[in-house]
Design a binder for this molecule. Structure first.
Ligand code: 3PY
Ligand code: ZN
Length: 631
């Protein structure tokens, strides 16, 4: 194509070509990108069609219906949303707004926690984009939409071949009047390890700039020193810091000596003093029972003057009752999800809560018809992700025993599957509770929950009991995360580490008891940028640099995949996960006015070396793509 560009360029054909022509004529390098993009897209489709997507069974039918989109959303143009208040008047105006509201406010978690908890975080940007505008316009009364953070960041790169920053930017454009909320793991940011303070600041600033308004900041051990910096950085960025208490155990259990009412009240007060503008109670496993919710919220409302935002999971089936009790006790905001993406390990349903509180004095103010229509879309979209369903379709009260977070359940299940423990999943759950007690009953949420999960898998896989660990534990090769935890690199658990187990697991290794971030030198971003640029052979953006710092290998793998296959995020979800069937046509809108119309005419037989040629038609032209059949 380069030569063709030279030959057809008017300056060249006019005979005035000089040696600087190439340097002065950058348009020579405008290769026909569509052809390139078409080829890359077909390469991806061919690969998935022949070899499949890991863990996905091919159930695609040839002709698919599109997900139903709302026919008519009734807009409320007169409304002033919290996002407008934040942008025009700053965080205090949003807090005043919350305090003036009679009704209970809601956060919609459909774009983040709901699919993290139900579908292994696999929902793709394209499926959010299609409903984003209508969600923003149809439910402008929402306090916020949780759209980013938690596991969505690395899963986007790792499994979806997508850039999470691009997702954020696209959604921000489509939902300009909705407050965006993200889940931020304190000193672990969106990762599983501790990051230096200047990385936290950089990440928060970038996320704020790209559109995040409310940062829910938690620490996986409820250790306040790990949250303080992040709260400060969010405030410095002019956004809203939601300091978070992770809820564990049962606050009304008289035998509960650790996580009791005194503990929660003190933590709430400390978070308020630290500068939290809202306090979140993050009931990540769904352990907060209705009576406990009533007493806890009542006590916290008496203790602090900032609004309280309650988050739960519906695993045990009591979510709406818990919210109803919390609403009576004066909770300000609760987290819900679109009905089709709610329940079980996800959040309680938005529309169910609406009806549960209807005709009361705090009924959520939403247009329920709009909500129902938007929900039809999710009813259809959820079916695209059937291979990632975690199998929990009914309430499971055993969560009160194993205490596994909703967001972890489906991921740990996939992890167990990957190491051949699918059939022993019940054992893994029981072991999870055993490990928690061995660790001294810790708060379990990412990344501490991953430590407990890894240890439970390790013990089930190696058929080890608790006694085995104490008896022959010194000779075992523990998972990296477990050693890291006992070294103190995630911080300090409430009441400290169990000394005997710590000694066995560390087996002579050093440990720390100070904030890990106080020992980590700041990252020099320009050095990292240069290093990354060498590795990927192009000039990375500042967002690339921060992603690379969070997840070096995952980011590099993503770059490689992107290089090979292009923007696969533009493919529809069934094609992305299942490829194409013979005779099928798909359309890929690569930009405004440019659509790839791809038909798969035939899948050739495997040749002697195991290669298969797929015969496509791309916008009317025959194309062949050959891939190695791995089966
Ligand atoms: C996460 O950190 O990803 C969580 O959802 C914790 O609940
Ligand atoms: Zn959650």
């Amino acid at each position: 194509p380069f030569l063709a560009n030279v030959i057809s360029h008017s300056e060249f054909t006019s005979g005035k070509a000089i040696t600087t022509f190439i340097d002065n004529t950058p348009e020579l390098f405008n290769f026909p990108r569509v052809r390139d993009r078409g080829n890359k897209t077909m390469k991806y489709i061919a690969e998935i069609t022949v070899n499949g997507f890991p863990g996905v069974e091919k159930t695609k039918k040839k002709y698919l219906k599109e997900a139903r989109l709302p026919k008519e959303i009734v807009k409320n143009n007169a409304i002033i949303t919290p996002k407008m208040l934040l942008d025009q008047k700053g965080p205090q105006a949003v807090i005043d707004f919350i305090n003036q509201k009679e009704e209970v406010l809601m956060t919609d978690t459909t774009f983040r926690d709901a699919h993290q908890s139900l579908l292994a975080t696999r929902v793709r940007t394209t499926d959010f984009k299609k409903i984003a505008e209508q969600t923003s316009q149809g439910i402008p009364e929402l306090f916020s939409a949780e759209v980013w953070g938690g596991a969505t960041f690395d899963v986007a790169y790792r499994f979806l071949n997508e850039d999470p920053w691009v997702r954020l930017k696209k959604l921000r454009k489509l939902m300009p009047n909705t407050l965006f909320q993200m889940l931020f793991r304190g000193s672990n940011a969106v990762g599983y390890q501790n990051y230096p303070d200047n990385v936290l600041r950089e990440f928060i600033n970038k996320a704020a700039k790209e559109g995040v308004d409310v940062f829910r900041i938690f620490d996986s051990l409820n250790w306040l020193p790990q949250m303080e910096k992040s709260i400060q950085y969010v405030r410095d960025a002019g956004k809203i810091a939601e300091g978070t208490i992770c809820y564990t155990g049962d606050v009304l259990d008289p035998n509960q000596t650790k996580y009791n009412m005194t503990y929660y009240k003190k933590m709430a007060k400390d978070l308020e003093n630290m500068g939290s503008q809202i306090i979140a109670i993050k009931d990540m496993a769904g352990l907060l029972q209705p009576q406990a919710a009533y007493h806890l919220i009542t006590a916290l409302k008496e203790t602090v003057s900032v609004p309280i935002h309650l988050h739960t999971h519906d695993t045990a089936g009591n979510g709406v009752i818990t919210y109803s009790a919390a609403t009576k006790a004066g909770v300000d905001i609760v987290d819900v999800a679109m009905s089709a993406m709610s329940g079980a390990t996800s959040q309680p349903s938005m529309s169910s809560l609406y009806y549960a509180l209807k005709n009361g004095d705090r009924t959520p103010n939403i247009n329920i018809d709009n909500v129902q229509q938007i929900n039809h879309y999710w009813e259809d979209v959820r079916t695209f992700y059937a291979p990632f369903e975690n199998g929990i379709s009914a309430a499971q009260t055993e969560v009160y025993a194993h205490e596994m977070p909703g967001g972890q359940y489906s991921n740990l299940q996939q992890q167990a599957k990957a190491v051949g423990l699918e059939a022993k999943w019940d054992k893994v759950k029981v072991m999870y509770a055993v490990v928690n007690q061995m660790f001294g009953d810790i708060v379990k949420v990412t990344p501490s929950s991953k430590v407990v999960g890894d240890m439970a898998l390790f013990m089930v896989q190696n058929e080890l009991s608790e006694d085995d660990i104490y008896e022959k534990g010194r000779t075992l090769n523990y998972p990296e995360s477990v050693i890291n935890f006992f070294e103190g690199n995630l911080g300090q658990p409430t009441g400290g580490f169990p000394p005997k187990l710590k000694e066995i697991i560390l087996n002579g290794r050093e440990s720390i008891d100070v904030r890990p971030g106080s020992l980590t030198p700041p990252v020099d971003f320009s050095v990292v940028k240069a290093e990354l640029s060498e590795l990927i052979h192009y000039e990375p953006t500042e967002l690339d640099v921060i992603s690379y710092i969070m997840y070096p290998q995952v980011f590099l793998d993503y770059v490689k995949m992107h290089d090979r296959f292009g923007d696969v995020e533009l493919l529809d979800t069934l094609t992305f996960f299942q490829g194409m069937r013979e005779g099928e046509t798909v359309e890929v809108r690569i930009e405004k006015g440019k659509t790839l119309i791809i038909t798969l005419d035939e899948i050739g037989r495997s040749d002697i070396e195991g290669n298969r040629t797929l015969f496509f038609n791309l916008n009317g032209q025959r194309r062949e793509i050959t891939v190695k059949d791995q089966q």
